[in-house]
Design a protein around this ligand. Structure first.
Ligand SMILES: Nc1ncnc2c1ncn2[C@@H]1O[C@H](COP(=O)(O)OP(=O)(O)OP(=O)(O)O)[C@@H](O)[C@H]1O
Ligand SMILES: [Mg+2]
Length: 54
């Protein structure tokens, strides 16, 4: 799946994160790739820009 919308702040990242969590809970293997240099998707999942996190 790929979510694209030109408008900023429309919920793309949060929707991606929630869909990934939902599929994971259903037992699916999920790979989430965020291409935004602001790394918000990584932050939402507890990872920091320096590679540390939980
Ligand atoms: N369904 C929702 N209900 C309420 N708030 C939401 C919802 N979806 C997203 N938000 C909030 O809206 C804000 C923007 O969401 P998000 O970062 O996912 O947008 P985006 O489209 O990825 O933005 P950008 O274009 O900057 O990457 C965030 O604060 C997020 O928590
Ligand atoms: Mg985003």
């Amino acid at each position: 799946m790929c979510g694209v919308r030109k408008k900023g702040g429309a919920g793309k990242t949060v929707t991606t994160k929630n869909l990934a969590a939902a599929f994971s809970k259903l037992g699916k293997s999920v790979l989430v790739v965020g291409l935004d240099c602001q790394h918000y998707l990584s932050n939402l999942q507890g990872f920091e820009p320096d590679g540390k996190g939980h």
